[in-house]
Design a binder for this molecule. Structure first.
Ligand SMILES: [Zn+2]
Length: 547
């Protein structure tokens, strides 16, 4: 209470000094403190934290640091049992690199494929020994999307068989909805519903352009990770699919040698954006592999600033930012530590600074929950765990404002709000941007479907309208091209040891970014009505409005 009064008095005083002619009773918006932001990033991106990998000692230190910051601000613990930490268990699965075996059987005989030269397979989080045998059936993209009049399983029977599906989605699909339908979990779910027992995904010319097979080879040692429920069962898995693999174009061609269509003909149809219909393949498969399982634990950190309105304080605006990164590289390079300064020490520092600014200003009407999540780099796992095991009722979470990898190296004059166009958050964010002296620009890369690729998406899947804001690509300096800087960051430093404090941070940009995010959350927390999905919006309809 004292702190709030003091802050109000300070603001009033500063306001007077500034300009006496200004409206005397409007409290000035809190200012972000550059030294604090810088200190948080410097700590979180230090080599001592060894890249903050999920389950690592370094990430535990990062989490303790965040909890300690929340405690200093006198925020209410919102983790487990009165703690700031919400600890989750995870299964980490490593593929035994010598173990994968795969044999194709045709009328002509048997043929073994070479791992990892011709096909890839990930560690299984379900089976330590995974094996499947069965007839192959081609099932187009393996997508069922009634909203888009698309059903790849319409005229085929895959019961007890192994489905062969094209990677990706039809070009004509809208990018964000398409990203949902083309996701691994949606494809797995539909295959299982149809009774399939295994899945082969085949590369396409488009997939080769976006993610060349050669590049995927550098991830073969990466473990698969899933959060475990109270009974110790892994989440988001499909045990009915006994095994799966990803085929290079050359390997895939072998499946279609004596089929009704050759792979070349299929690729030609994709070129014209036709979706080839499914058919039985004259091939059966035997494949198997061994994985080793590890149990790890890792925390989310959660704290609440209670709202001031007697009714609205039962509703929550969530700010989320992932505190984990990818740890230490296996490379022979001298610097092996992936410090994750931009990804996502910046977002985490914004989370802490937003909490400070909010707790020192007048309390907003709704409560605000600050959530640092683990396991983002492993597949949005910490956020998904929280969204399934929320420490406040999920139907009372009115919105998620996500902070992930703002590239803070130039002074921006606009912001991009991924996903805002799906709900009336568009209006909120636009007003908040205006108040902060910024403009709101449309998504400059809709084809990337960013809306489905960071932690807020775990909330979207539970029906919560969400937005993910990053600095826009327009700079206050006409000689600076923000789009170019962002793309350069992706090529040079993203997920590399060079994403560290040697990058040239623009602290003015950091301050501006913290303040606009404060404005967004404050506006949501104070507005009369909670955010709503747009009428007929795909995500609102698909994931249900749980309020
Ligand atoms: Zn990342």
């Amino acid at each position: 209470m004292k702190k709030i009064l003091l802050a109000l008095m300070m603001t009033a005083l500063l306001g007077c000094q500034d300009d006496v002619s200004q409206a005397p009773h409007t409290a000035k918006a809190p200012q972000a403190d550059v030294n604090k932001i810088k200190a948080h990033i410097t700590f979180l991106a230090d080599d001592l934290l060894e890249g903050r990998d999920t389950g690592s000692h370094g990430h535990e230190i990062a989490s303790l640091y965040i909890a300690s910051q929340f405690a200093q601000l006198d925020l209410k613990p919102a983790g487990d049992d009165g703690n700031y930490m919400q600890r989750a268990s995870f299964r980490q699965a490593f593929l035994e690199q010598e173990s994968p075996k795969l044999v194709l059987k045709t009328a002509e005989g048997e043929q073994s494929l070479d791992y990892p030269k011709e096909y890839l397979t990930g560690a299984s989080t379900v089976y330590e020994y995974a094996a499947v045998s069965g007839q192959l059936v081609f099932a187009g993209y393996g997508i069922v999307a009634p909203e888009l009049q698309h059903d790849d399983y319409a005229n085929i029977d895959v019961k007890g068989k192994v489905v062969v599906v094209l990677s990706g989605k039809p070009k004509s699909f809208p990018s964000e909805e398409g990203a949902h339908f083309a996701s691994r979990s949606e494809k797995n779910r539909h295959a299982v519903e149809q009774g399939a027992i295994g899945m082969i995904t085949i590369s396409t010319p488009l997939a080769e352009k976006v993610r060349p097979y050669q590049n995927l080879l550098s991830y073969i040692h990466t473990p698969s990770v899933r959060w475990l429920d109270k009974e110790g069962n892994p989440s988001n898995v499909y045990p009915q699919l006994k095994d799966s693999a990803y085929f290079s174009q050359e390997a895939a061609a072998k499946l279609f040698a004596n089929a009704p269509m050759s792979l070349e003909q299929i690729y030609a149809e994709l070129e014209e954006d036709k979706s080839p219909a499914g058919f039985d393949l004259p091939v059966s498969i035997d494949m198997s592999k061994t994985s080793t399982h590890n149990l790890i634990s890792s925390p989310n950190v959660a704290a609440v600033l209670p709202g001031s309105d007697p009714d609205l304080k039962n509703e929550f605006v969530v700010y989320s930012a992932h505190s984990d990164h990818i740890g230490i590289s296996k490379s022979v390079a001298k610097d092996k530590i992936n410090n994750g300064a931009m990804d996502n020490a910046t977002g985490t520092s914004m989370l802490i600074e937003t909490a400070r600014m909010m707790s020192e200003g007048p309390a907003p009407k709704r409560s605000v929950l600050f959530l640092a999540v683990t396991g983002e780099e492993k597949g949005l796992l910490g956020a998904d765990y929280f969204a399934h095991n929320p420490t406040v009722p999920i139907q009372n979470i009115v919105a998620d404002v996500n902070l992930d990898m703002p590239v803070l190296t130039y002074e921006f004059s606009d912001i991009i709000a991924f996903g805002a166009n799906h709900s009336d958050l568009q209006q909120t964010v636009s007003e908040a941007a205006q108040k902060a002296g910024l403009t709101l620009s449309p998504d400059p890369m809709p084809e990337q479907a960013i809306f489905t690729r960071s932690d807020h998406y775990a909330f979207v899947k539970q029906g919560v309208p969400s937005v993910f804001v990053v600095p826009g690509w327009t700079s206050t300096d006409p000689n600076v091209d923000g789009g170019k800087i962002f793309t350069q960051f992706l090529h040079t430093n993203y997920h590399k040891p060079s994403d560290d404090m040697n990058q040239e941070f623009n602290w003015k940009a950091a301050k501006k970014f913290a303040e606009v995010n404060l404005q967004i959350g404050t506006t949501i927390a104070n507005q009369a009505e909670r955010p709503k999905w747009n009428d007929g919006d795909f995500f609102g309809k698909t994931f249900g409005i749980k309020n």
